[in-house]
Design a protein around this ligand. Structure first.
Ligand SMILES: *Cc1c(COP(=O)(O)O)cnc(C)c1O
Ligand SMILES: [Zn+2]
Length: 444
């Protein structure tokens, strides 16, 4: 069976374009494009047969189908030839029962989806494997693309640099100076990308990258390119799979440019349409109070949306005031009885640290989602026996400076309630024993 997908204008005019065209907006009306699949063709296979196929491939060897993304290739991007796929076996991340954290906060069925346990340490890998594979296919077909380019808050550039390096395609990265963590800065450098550090914020980098992308020989890898959303859709498909093809009651996800919340919803909708799941979860989008344009719009029942100037926040990957996927995200949230909630610097840092003490190691964005979970529980919008999945978007090891700052009480607007500083001791048995006793007594 030859499955098919294409770009389609998402703003009513309905114009379609082939996925191997170098195009990001509709030529008729400048609307954003989205990827559409031939659902009727996909329906030729029964839900049971899709489930059997996906389960057979999941995390096994035959390339590229062991990847969490390419194992669902027919739902993601069937147009890419297998030999053009650039995969580093992304996806397949653990979804675990956070038993102790759940017990502490009064939620018996709390799960964390560790999307940061991925090749470059964030969920951005899931979309980038699709985009870079398409670029490889376009180049193989003879269209000259000199480089892939992106503006980034840190994780997009890490993923783009790694996948471009694996495919031997030059990458150009624009980063806001002093606004990404050292780990995020070193990733594209190590992978050999042309890394440009600009004296501006993310939105400033984005403005320049969009001008660069007017040249047809640069291929834009930011999330305005909806190919990435197709790969990220596998987050919801994989979570359903990990629960034997059932949706949870709630999914909480941090949102900046709002591509990931869109992808999450699209994955669930596609599964529902094909009969793979019966019901949809409710989706909660969690924003930093320093960069909360979607939250502001939610308060007005999405009747209007105003971009704003994002303030500096510890959750730097979601410091975005003018999210590119906002209309798509609003569309999704309306279909999922969605909620948008925000978290302050103090709330996100303490939520991350509190959860760390139960064995996690959270990035600040996951901290935003956890802080929002606490609010919804307190308000009893989420019930104590609901099944809740929190999407952890990046690996905490990328954000050690945040954690050191937290435990050393060096973060602006944060009062650390779970600080745990190293105790300085003499190299002396009695001194060490005394320190241990003091610390353990403190715990009681
Ligand atoms: C990109 C990113 C987000 C935000 O995702 P959007 O699709 O921009 O909403 C959240 N957390 C981390 C760690 C990210 O890298
Ligand atoms: Zn159009």
């Amino acid at each position: 069976m030859k499955y098919n997908a294409w770009f389609q204008c998402s703003e009513g005019c309905g114009e379609t374009y082939s996925l191997n065209e170098i195009i990001y907006r509709c030529q008729n009306c400048n609307g954003l494009l989205e990827v559409k699949h031939d659902i009727d063709l996909l329906k030729h296979r029964s839900a049971a047969a899709w489930i059997e196929l996906f389960d057979k491939r999941y995390m096994r060897t035959p390339y590229p189908y062991g990847s969490g993304v390419w194992g669902k290739k027919e739902f993601v991007c069937p147009n890419i030839e297998d030999h053009n796929v650039v995969s580093m076996c992304e996806g397949g991340t653990n979804l675990f029962w956070a038993e102790r954290l759940g017990a502490e906060i009064g939620l018996s069925d709390l799960w964390i989806k560790q999307c940061g346990n991925s090749h470059t340490g964030s969920f951005k890998d899931l979309g980038m494997t699709v985009l870079v594979s398409m670029v490889k296919q376009i180049r193989t077909e003879g269209t000259p693309i000199r480089a892939v380019i992106c503006a980034s808050t840190g994780d997009t550039s890490a993923a783009l640099a790694a996948y471009a390096a694996a495919a031997d395609i030059p990458a150009i990265i624009l980063l806001p100076r002093d606004k990404v963590s050292p780990a995020q800065l070193i990733q594209p450098i190590a992978n050999g990308a042309v890394t440009l550090s600009l004296k501006t914020d993310f939105d400033g980098c984005m403005a320049i990258v969009q001008k660069l992308a007017e040249r047809k020989d640069f291929y834009l890898a930011n999330s305005i390119n909806s190919l990435r959303i197709e790969g990220q859709k596998t987050i919801s498909i994989e979570m359903a799979q990990q629960f034997d093809w059932e949706a949870p009651d709630w999914v909480i996800i941090p949102g900046g440019n709002l591509g990931n919340v869109t992808a999450l919803g699209l994955g669930f909708l596609m599964m529902q349409e094909l009969g793979i799941i019966e019901r949809l979860p409710r989706i909660v989008c969690a924003q930093s109070a320093k960069a909360n344009p979607l939250y502001q719009s939610y308060l007005k029942e999405f009747k209007e949306f105003k971009p704003l100037h994002a303030q500096p926040t510890i959750a730097n990957a979601i410091q975005i005031g003018n999210p590119v996927s906002v209309q798509k995200a609003i569309n999704i949230l309306k279909q999922f009885d969605g909620i948008v909630e925000q978290a302050t610097e103090d709330e996100l840092a303490n939520a991350a640290a509190r959860a760390d003490r139960t064995g996690l190691f959270n990035c600040p964005h996951t901290g935003v989602a956890l802080a929002v979970l606490l609010k919804l529980l307190e308000r009893k919008q989420i019930q104590s026996d609901d099944r809740v999945i929190v999407i952890s978007t990046a690996n905490g090891l990328k954000f050690t400076d945040f954690k050191i700052g937290y435990h050393g009480d060096k973060l602006n607007e944060v009062q650390p309630r779970y600080a745990n500083l190293p105790v300085e001791c003499e190299a002396d048995f009695d001194d060490v024993m005394k320190a241990i006793s003091r610390c353990l007594d403190d715990e009681d």
